[in-house]
Design a protein around this ligand. Structure first.
Ligand code: NAD
Length: 494
């Protein structure tokens, strides 16, 4: 690894394998010596160069994972897998500060967000350490009699995992932990923007006792080559993908050729509904979390705020006051709450989206003046009100610190607007009447609903979306099932 920014080298070297590609428990260079540049979004400067995997490494990673499968899957008792995962949780929490610094450096998120991500990410190891030993099955008499049915669940096999840059640790552990608990081995392709955190996790898992070959990590600038190599390989039996709906569709089509088992965690366009009887102060606090965690770069981020006309003025006034106080700047500066976006292109895309909304009649109620000395990919926290209900910005995933407010007075109308999206991941509902909030929530096309809460993620709950937000669930018992196949035995009992 070729770290260029002084002090950063120290923690990169202490956390990550020296080369970059992690196969069979060791770092290695690319066979063509290709290198991938990792940049700091807060400055645009080079952080380090690491090995850039290609097709030969993709094949070698599957060789390693397939080689390790019989020992890890069938020959290692669940209790042993559980203890290794528990140790991974503990190690991750011990290394929390260093890992958070690594995330902040390659992703740009504020240090507090990075630390919260590490705690959340580590919790998947703890949760699935506990699930690993709860092997459930069934035994019963068939309805017609004369046979006994035994149902068991076995690991699906070698799993290919593909993760995005916005939660470089949590998106990796949310897949690795259930896969390992179930007895699968994995090949992981992190996003090219944020490969260092995934490499650090692979090394940490090795220290926790995960045998060589069980977890393999391939940073690459050629994701399509690496992932299609995996999808064409008959030894790969599972694809678990988190990323945009567009790339998810491409991978679903590729997976269809071999009918590969797939789980898809895709894009979102979360509505945040404030009813007339809501506690407005609580709704504003929830809105801050739902919108600005990770600078708005979350699949669960509230994109569209539907506020009842009778409380709209109060809600917007208080929300704007809070947004005006958000501190934007380099992640390592204590107290900063919002870092840069991931790339310059993201800044340009969101600017175009805001301009088009204003062109369509939205009112720019607030835009923070950023410190002109900031050199990275920053976008100012922005609030748009009076957004026409058919504006493009309400249909697209914004993925940045921009609030759009639409007012309403007819509950049926707002329900139709909310469900009028192709996405169905998260939603938020605020009301003083829990029964009313739940009735409304049950009618939403959303896999997850925060009721009087601005956050929904929890390792113990099934995370995932409806409609074009995905297939399958992560976390909870459901998350482990994604890496298992049911098998039953019909036993003659005559
Ligand atoms: P992306 O789809 O561009 O990339 C995701 C991953 O896919 C990356 O590792 C990327 O390298 C890889 N990839 C890109 N093109 C590929 C191809 N042709 N073949 C194989 N792999 C390819 O998404 P992103 O910009 O990294 O992440 C943001 C998106 O992820 C947003 O849409 C967000 O909503 C979504 N997301 C969803 C969840 C969820 O749980 N539902 C969580 C986090 C992020």
């Amino acid at each position: 690894m070729n770290a260029s920014t002084g002090g950063v080298a120290v923690y990169i070297d202490s956390l990550c394998p020296p080369e970059g590609i992690w196969i069979a428990g060791a770092g290695r260079a690319a066979s063509d010596d290709g290198q991938l540049e990792v940049r700091d979004p807060a400055t645009g400067r080079l952080v380090t160069r690491i090995a850039d995997a290609g097709i030969p490494e993709a094949v070698a990673a599957v060789d390693a994972a397939a080689g390790a499968l019989p020992q890890w899957g069938a020959a290692t008792p669940p209790r042993v897998r559980s203890e290794v995962l528990r140790r991974a949780f503990e190690l991750m929490m011990e290394e929390r500060n260093l890992l958070a610094a690594l995330i902040a450096r390659e992703n740009g998120k504020a240090t507090a967000d990075a630390q919260a991500e590490i705690a959340y990410a580590a919790d998947f190891f703890r949760w699935f350490a506990e699930e690993a030993v709860r092997s459930e099955g069934a035994y019963g008499e068939s309805p017609a009699g004369g046979t006994r049915t035994i149902v068991t669940h076995r690991p699906v096999g070698v799993a290919a995992l593909v993760t995005p840059w916005n939660f470089p640790a949590a998106m990796a552990t949310r897949k690795i932990a259930p896969a390992l608990a179930a007895g699968c081995t994995v090949v992981l392709k992190p996003a090219a923007e944020t490969p260092l955190t995934a490499l650090a996790i692979a090394r940490l898992l090795s220290r926790a006792g995960v045998p060589d070959g069980v977890v393999n990590v391939l940073p690459t600038s050629a994701p399509a080559d690496v992932v299609s190599t995996w999808l064409e390989d008959p030894r790969v039996r599972k694809l678990s993908f988190t990323g945009s709906t567009g790339v998810g569709r491409v991978l679903l089509r590729q997976a269809a050729d071999r009918v590969v088992n797939t789980s898809m965690e895709l894009g979102g366009n979360a509505p945040f509904v404030v009813m007339d009887d809501a506690d407005v102060d609580a709704a504003v606090q929830g809105a801050l979390v739902a919108k600005f965690r990770n600078g708005g770069q979350a699949c669960t981020a509230a994109n569209r705020f539907y506020v009842h006309a009778s409380v709209a003025e109060r809600f917007v006034g208080r929300f704007v006051d809070e947004v005006a106080g958000l501190r934007v700047g380099p992640p390592e500066v204590e107290g900063n709450q919002i870092g840069p976006l991931i790339t310059r292109r993201a800044v340009d895309d969101i600017r175009a989206l805001v301009d088009s909304a204003v062109g369509a009649g939205a009112r720019l109620a607030f835009e923070q003046q950023l410190d002109p000395g900031l050199t990275g990919y920053y976008f100012p926290p922005t609030v748009l009100t009076d957004v026409p209900d058919d504006a493009d910005i309400l249909q697209r995933e914004i993925f940045g610190p921009v609030v759009t407010v639409v007012t309403w007075s007819d509950e049926e109308q707002v329900l139709a607007w909310v469900n009028g999206s192709e996405y169905g991941l998260a939603a938020y509902v605020y009301s003083g009447d829990l029964k009313r909030a739940l009735r409304f929530s049950e009618a939403l096309d959303a896999g997850m609903v925060g009721v009087n809460r601005g956050a929904v993620s929890d390792p113990a709950a099934p995370f995932g979306g409806m409609k074009q937000s995905g297939l399958g669930r992560e976390g909870a018992r459901e998350g482990m099932r994604e890496f298992q196949e049911a098998q039953y035995f019909s036993v003659d009992w005559a």
